[in-house]
Design a protein around this ligand. Structure first.
Ligand code: HEC
Ligand code: HEC
Length: 286
């Protein structure tokens, strides 16, 4: 299944007729929009926060960085949706060689590339609440990877995606962030703060408030369902992708195996504790 929900929805809508708009001069307009600098966004160097590449590897796995940028971070063609997008992820080892930590921080958490252009494909809006420590660890990981491989081509938006962008249906990541469409997960106190850090990795698919997503190619349940899970079953789901009752659950099964299978018992328990606190607050209507 495609990794590119926001664009895949557009393909599913089948509005090919509108693509003619692009042929009639919209291409140039969309090109201007795609390259328009996103206003002033300052990166932070995170000086004083010591990054650790091993911890960074765990964070990167959980957030799917390797799915797009490849295991060696040298980038790759990771998706191709006819009529919509040809998606290459850049070679981060080469980007890192030429850019500062502040540039990398700005790309990861604020969705602005090292060249100052807005990012459109990478889901930075789902990364913008990474902690300083997690971000420093990711940067340490990127810097520890030996620089090598080819420069990857820039992604190509095809007509339908350009129409979507021109109509404002798709926004660049800095535009999403500027509109505050990606609020921080609610805080239920220090006892569940570790679980809250882990639950941020669920936001990309289960929605900004973990309330589930519907109406596009991606359909996910409200994560109150995790509160009802027996702890043993929840551990099995996160580690092996097998849901309660021995079910394989499509994308979630694949994601758990790819991204969550190395969570420790303590991590899984902390994650479920946060999701339970969230469910309790929802039930209490707070
Ligand atoms: C869905 C695929 C995808 C995922 C997941 C993803 N990236 Fe990216 N990333 C991209 C693409 C594509 C670009 C550049 C084009 C764009 O998005 O507009 C990019 C750009 C970047 C850049 C900026 C490069 C530059 O030229 O300035 C950095 C740094 C980066 N990614 C790091 C990460 C890290 C760290 C993670 C995990 C937390 C991650 N990416 C997850 C696809 C992805
Ligand atoms: C890449 C997308 C993606 C990410 C990231 C993701 N999920 Fe899911 N999840 C899904 C989808 C899709 C389903 C619905 C599966 C189905 O029923 O076919 C799902 C279903 C679930 C279910 C219900 C399983 C059942 O019993 O039917 C739970 C619980 C769950 N996810 C927990 C999580 C947690 C916790 C995280 C974060 C640590 C997470 N998911 C991250 C896509 C994702």
């Amino acid at each position: 299944m495609s990794r590119l929900w926001k664009w895949a929805a557009w393909a599913a809508a089948g509005v090919g007729g509108l693509a003619a708009v692009v042929v009639l001069g919209g291409f140039a307009a969309s090109e201007v929009l795609l390259r328009a600098p996103p206003g002033h966004v300052q990166g932070r160097s995170l000086a004083g926060v010591a990054g650790d590449a091993d911890r960074g590897r765990a964070v990167a796995r959980r957030y799917g960085c390797f799915d797009c940028h490849a295991a060696n971070l040298q980038g790759r063609l990771f998706d191709d949706i006819p009529g919509v997008v040809v998606a290459y992820a850049p070679n981060l080892t080469l980007v890192a060689a030429g850019h500062s930590d502040a540039d990398l921080e700005r790309a990861i958490r604020h969705g602005v590339g090292a060249d100052g252009r807005p990012l459109w494909i990478m889901p930075s809006a789902a990364f913008s609440h990474l902690t300083d420590q997690e971000t420093a660890d990711l940067i340490a990981l990127i810097r520890a990877a030996p620089a090598g491989g080819e420069v990857q081509p820039r992604f190509k938006l095809r007509p339908m995606a350009r129409v979507g962008a021109l109509l404002g249906l798709f926004k660049s990541e800095p535009a999403v962030i500027a509109a505050h469409a990606n609020p921080e997960l609610p805080d239920f106190g220090p006892a569940t703060s570790e679980g809250r850090d882990l639950a941020r990795a669920c936001v990309e698919c289960h929605g900004q408030s973990l309330g589930g997503v519907a109406g596009g190619p991606l359909v996910t349940p409200d994560l109150t369902i995790a509160a009802a899970y027996d702890p043993e079953d929840f551990r099995r789901l996160m580690r092996t992708g097998v849901a309660a009752g021995g079910r394989e659950v499509g994308l979630m099964t694949a994601v758990a195996r790819n991204r969550f299978s190395d969570m420790s018992d303590a991590d899984v328990a902390a994650l479920q504790a946060y999701l339970k606190a969230r469910a309790d607050h929802k039930i209490a209507g707070r």
